[in-house]
Design a protein around this ligand. Structure first.
Ligand SMILES: Cc1cc2nc3c(=O)[nH]c(=O)nc-3n(C[C@H](O)[C@H](O)[C@H](O)COP(=O)(O)OP(=O)(O)OC[C@H]3O[C@@H](n4cnc5c(N)ncnc54)[C@H](O)[C@@H]3O)c2cc1C
Length: 397
C-alpha cells in the first residue's frame, strides 16, 4: 500500500512541522491555512525536551537560537510597577517555567514555513468545507470552491479545528474549558521596563496583565481573566475586544496603554484557555495533530513541544508502515498517548493559581512564587518541565 498525497489543514506549528517530515519521507504535501498568510502573534512558546531533538533533526536549531527570546525570568509587579516576587530562569538551568529555548510563536511559525515552503504547496486564505471518504482517498471540498482528492487529510488546525468538526463532531464534545480567556497582541515598547524580564500584574477579580519587551519599538501584551460564565464567539474579534475593555476597565499599572494598543494591534489573538480530550485521533483516512487533537492549554507550557513531537511520530509511522495509514495511525496513537496524558496534567494551582480573585489571594500567590524558588519546592516546578522528556523517539529511516 502506498500513500502519496497528504493534505494538512493549518499552517502554524504542527502543520508545517508535519509537512517537513512527510516531504522528507517522500510524500507530496499540500497545506491549507484559513488566514491570508502565516499568522503573526502570540507570546513566547517553549521548545522543551525531545522537541529540541526534533528541531535539531530538522536543521532549524540555528534559526531558533538566533531568534529566541533572551529572558532572565518573570516577575509579579504591583500597580506601581514594583516587583513583589520573581522567578529567575537560571534557577532551573533553563528547564523551569522559563525554558532555555523560548521563542515568539510567530517567529517559530515563520522558521517552519521557511523550512518547508519550497517542498510543500501552501494555500493561504482557504479552508476545507467538506470531506467525503472513499476506498482510495478523501474527496475534499474547499471554501474557494475547488474539489480535490487526497490519500490522507490531517487536521493541524488548532483547538477549534475545522477538520475535527467535520470528521469527529462539534467541538463542545472535545474541548474542556478551564474557566478563563487569554489575549495576546503587540503594543508599543515600554522603554522604562527591564527588557529581559516578563512582567505580570495580578488584578483582583481573577485578572492578570503581562508585558514581555520585544525590541526598541514593540512589546508583547497579554491579558487573561476568569470567564465566570461569560462566553464569546471565537471568531468575533470586535466582541472579544469589547469584552476585554469591559473586564479590564479601571485596572492600573500599564493596562490603560495595553487597552489603547489592542484596538489597532496587527496580531490580536484571543482564545479560551482549554484542553482537547478525545478517545481517538483518527477516523478512516483523517487524523488529528497538535492542539486539534490534544491541546494541553498555555498553562502546560508544552503545547508547542507536543505538536513538534507528534508531527515527527505521525510522519515517521506513515513511512515505517509503507503508507498503510491504518497501521500508522494506530502506532502514532500508541506512542503519543502516554506522552499527551502526562503533558495534559497541569501544574498545581491551575487557572485559579494564575488568576487569584482577591488582594489577599494575590499576596498569597506572591508568597508561593517566592517559596517555589527555594529547595525543595523548586523540584516541584522542574517536574512539569521534565514531562517534555517523557517519551523516547524512534529513529526512522
Ligand atoms: C496566533 C496564535 C497565537 C498563539 N499564541 C500562543 C501563546 O502566546 N502561547 C501559547 O502557549 N500558545 C499560543 N498559541 C497556541 C500554540 O501555537 C499551540 O498551542 C501549539 O504551538 C500547537 O500548535 P498547533 O499548530 O497545533 O495549533 P495552532 O498554533 O493553534 O495553529 C492552528 C492553525 O490552524 C489555522 N486554522 C484554524 N482553523 C482552520 C481551518 N478551518 N482551516 C485551515 N486552517 C485553520 C489557524 O489559523 C492556525 O494557523 C497561539 C496560536 C495562534 C494561532
Amino acid at each position: 500500500m502506498r500513500t502519496n498525497t497528504v493534505l494538512i489543514s493549518g499552517a502554524s506549528i504542527a502543520g508545517p512541522a508535519l509537512a517537513y517530515w512527510l516531504h522528507r519521507h517522500g510524500y507530496a504535501v499540500t497545506v491549507v491555512e484559513r488566514a491570508p498568510a502565516i499568522r503573526p502573534g502570540g507570546h513566547a512558546v517553549d521548545i522543551r525536551g525531545v522537541a529540541r531533538d526534533v528541531c535539531a533533526a530538522m536543521g532549524i536549531m540555528p534559526q531558533i537560537t538566533r531568534d529566541r527570546v533572551h529572558e532572565e525570568g518573570f516577575a509579579w509587579v504591583d500597580p506601581a510597577g514594583r516587583r513583589t516576587s520573581e522567578m529567575p530562569a537560571s534557577l532551573f538551568g533553563g528547564e523551569g517555567i522559563v525554558a532555555e529555548y523560548e521563542i515568539l510563536r510567530g517567529d517559530l511559525a515563520h522558521i517552519l514555513h521557511e523550512a518547508t515552503r519550497a517542498d510543500a504547496e501552501y494555500r493561504f486564505g482557504d479552508r476545507i468545507t467538506a470531506l467525503s471518504e472513499g476506498d482510495d482517498g478523501v474527496e475534499v471540498t474547499f471554501r474557494s470552491g475547488r474539489t480535490e482528492r487526497y490519500d490522507l487529510v490531517i487536521g493541524a488546525d488548532g483547538i477549534h479545528s475545522g477538520v475535527r468538526a467535520l470528521a469527529f463532531g462539534p467541538e463542545e464534545r472535545f474541548i474542556r474549558r478551564l474557566g478563563a480567556y487569554t489575549a495576546y497582541f503587540t503594543m508599543p515598547a515600554q522603554p522604562d521596563l527591564d527588557p529581559h524580564w516578563f512582567l505580570m500584574h495580578g488584578i483582583p477579580g481573577g485578572r492578570c496583565a503581562g508585558i514581555r519587551p520585544e525590541n526598541e519599538h514593540t512589546a508583547k501584551a497579554m491579558l487573561s481573566f476568569r470567564a465566570d460564565g461569560r462566553t464569546v464567539d471565537p471568531r468575533d474579534v470586535a466582541a472579544q475586544k469589547a469584552l476585554l475593555a469591559e473586564v479590564f476597565a479601571g485596572a492600573g499599572w500599564r493596562v490603560p496603554a495595553m487597552l489603547d494598543a489592542m484596538g489597532d494591534a496587527p496580531d490580536f489573538y484571543f482564545d479560551v484557555i482549554g484542553q482537547v480530550h478525545m478517545d481517538r485521533w483518527s477516523t478512516g483516512r483523517v487524523a488529528l495533530l497538535g492542539d486539534a487533537g490534544y491541546c494541553a492549554s498555555p498553562l502546560s507550557g508544552l503545547g508547542t513541544s507536543m505538536g513538534l513531537v507528534g508531527a515527527y511520530l505521525l510522519a515517521g509511522e506513515l513511512a515505517r508502515s509503507g503508507g498503510d495509514h491504518v497501521t500508522a495511525f494506530a502506532a502514532y496513537e500508541r506512542l503519543m498517548r502516554p506522552y499527551v496524558k502526562q503533558c495534559q496534567q497541569l501544574p498545581p494551582g491551575g487557572v485559579r493559581g494564575m488568576l487569584p480573585d482577591s488582594r489577599w489571594a494575590i499576596s498569597l500567590r506572591d508568597l508561593s512564587t517566592r517559596i517555589m524558588t527555594r529547595r525543595p519546592f523548586a523540584a516541584l516546578m522542574a517536574k512539569q518541565a521534565a514531562k517534555a522528556d517523557a517519551i523516547t523517539l524512534p529513529a526512522y529511516a
